[in-house]
Design a protein around this ligand. Structure first.
Ligand SMILES: Cc1cc2nc3c(=O)[nH]c(=O)nc-3n(C[C@H](O)[C@H](O)[C@H](O)COP(=O)(O)OP(=O)(O)OC[C@H]3O[C@@H](n4cnc5c(N)ncnc54)[C@H](O)[C@@H]3O)c2cc1C
Length: 473
């Protein structure tokens, strides 16, 4: 039975970062209590695919993939244009592989098998890395949370559900505990693992205004607890924030309202066309880069496809279905026309350019399986779909506006060092305070380094934070 008067560590938030922190602190012999604002554990981690980016793992070795933490580090820094602290990122990349092994040891199942997507257990292409680093666990984010929940129970970590931490206890320059339900609870150290701020429109305006640019198309898939409570904790303790203006927005159609597991997928046989009426990207490019490419275009971006593609959409999804497309076209919000030239007129793009774009598609990728300009065949092969897509030739033709509008996670967090200790505005560690996951800033950067970036951050830095908190710095 946990004695709440003799706690070593309090963890705020029971998603991936919080559970990893609680388990690792308990492994060091600490008395740990975890407060979770919702009625169940899991947060965004539980909603996620659970994909975990890591290098030099036994799963990679099982598939003959040679990789090192140093290569992971180089890729991570390059993609983020070296705007992150190299010391922190090196520590993260060095610890990500061992953290995955730790999870496997706790019972997580990631088979040494090639996976074509974020749903099939195994190793998949996570982003634009040169070797595959995306580890997809069985039962996805739910599986991750189950494994950690069992581990924390076995180690005697007390969980208090339905209890939102209101503020931290900050006395004589040290964090000494938390206040929840008006009750003060003390501990040697506190780990803030309360997730991101995607659910708070005011905080989004302040810390990730780019998300609001999606206007009415914006929808948030992050867990309900992502209210950004860490921002108030920072103000209260004089802690620094970092990661301002960064987060992950996935490209979606303007009419989509659900993550693709529920929304469904746009047709394979589609081209993304810019204001010049031309293709400008591999339509299956990783979201490590796809949102940035779309935002770099002048004017709106459209997904163009034909009637055969519409009719071929599989049933059972919420958004990308034949009926939903027909309904959107009927309202006029989704453009449709009998010919490419008429569609171009409706889109406001040059008719000759759109006609040439579709002719090139039909003569190249659809006919030969090769896309010399954008190498889409490589993405299709990585997704386990190497067959050439259909031509786009059967009217009516459709154009759906595509934009980054699905908000997954936010990156503004309490600035942490390589031990996950929170820093104040002078760069000095705040005694007794650690942070991890979306609430801990500095690892998630301007570029999302492919699927698995955020779960790896949460679990890896959570585990490090738990160890540090158990030492009671
Ligand atoms: C649909 C979806 C799919 C995703 N897929 C992937 C993926 O495959 N790979 C990947 O890397 N990333 C993915 N992400 C992002 C990733 O899941 C998250 O960034 C990561 O899991 C965040 O972990 P966390 O522990 O920081 O936050 P969370 O898992 O959200 O946990 C934070 C917890 O803190 C609780 N909390 C908040 N405030 C308080 C408070 N004041 N007191 C007590 N408790 C509080 C919340 O209720 C929540 O349970 C996905 C996200 C979503 C939404």
């Amino acid at each position: 039975m946990t004695d709440f008067d003799a706690l070593d560590v309090i963890v705020v938030g029971g998603g991936g970062a919080g559970l990893a922190a609680a388990v690792s602190a308990a492994e060091q012999g600490a008395q740990v209590a975890l407060f979770e604002s919702e009625r169940e554990l899991g947060g965004s981690t539980q909603l996620s695919a659970g994909m975990f980016t890591a290098a030099g793992t036994s799963v990679q070795r099982g598939l003959g993939v040679e990789d090192t933490a140093e290569r992971h580090f180089q890729h991570y820094m390059d993609l983020n244009q070296w705007q992150l602290k190299p010391g922190l990122i090196r520590a993260f990349c060095a610890a990500a592989g061992p953290t995955l092994e730790w999870l496997l040891g706790l019972g997580l199942d990631v088979p040494a098998a090639v996976s074509p997507d974020a749903h099939t257990p195994g190793l998949c292409r996570a982003g634009v890395e040169d070797v595959w680093r995306g580890h997809v666990p069985r039962d996805q984010g739910y599986g991750l949370v189950q494994v950690l929940d069992r581990a924390r129970r076995e180690r005697g970590v007390e969980v208090v559900l339905g209890t939102r931490v209101e503020r931290l206890l900050y006395e004589e320059g040290r964090v000494t505990g938390v206040v929840a339900d008006g009750i003060e609870v003390r501990a040697g150290a506190v780990v803030v693992a309360s997730g991101g701020l995607a659910r708070d429109p005011g905080l989004l305006d302040r810390h990730y205004p780019a998300a609001r640019a999606a206007g009415e198309a914006l929808f948030v898939v992050a867990a309900p607890g992502s209210r950004g409570d860490h921002i108030a904790f920072a103000e209260q303790t004089g802690s620094a924030l970092t990661g301002h203006g960064w987060g992950l927005m996935l490209p979606t159609a303007y009419f989509q309202r659900y993550h693709h597991w529920q929304a469904g997928f746009p047709p394979k046989s589609r081209v993304y066309v810019n204001g010049a009426g031309r293709r400008f990207m591999d339509e299956d490019a990783s979201y490590a880069v796809s949102s940035g490419i779309i935002l770099a275009q002048d004017g709106p971006v459209w997904a163009v496809f034909d009637e055969k593609a519409r009719l071929g959409l599989p049933p059972g999804y919420a958004d990308w279905t034949p009926d939903r497309i027909a309904e959107e076209a009927r309202t006029g919000r989704l453009l449709s026309a009998a010919s490419p030239a008429e569609l171009a007129a409706a889109m406001g793009v040059p008719a000759d350019a759109l006609t040439a774009t579709l002719a090139r598609w039909n003569a190249r990728l659809a006919a030969t399986g090769r896309d010399p300009e954008f190498l889409r065949e490589e993405s299709l092969a990585a997704k386990g779909s190497p067959q050439p897509p259909d031509p786009i030739a059967a009217g009516p033709f459709y154009a759906a506006r595509i934009l980054p509008a699905e908000l997954v996670c936010t990156h503004t967090g309490l600035e942490i060092d390589q031990d996950a200790a929170v820093l104040d505005h002078t760069g000095t560690a705040v005694p007794g305070l650690f942070a991890a996951g979306e609430a801990g800033g500095g690892v998630l950067g301007m570029r999302y380094v492919g699927g698995g970036n955020a779960v790896a951050n949460a679990l890896t830095m959570g585990r490090i934070a738990g160890r540090g908190a158990a030492r009671g710095r």
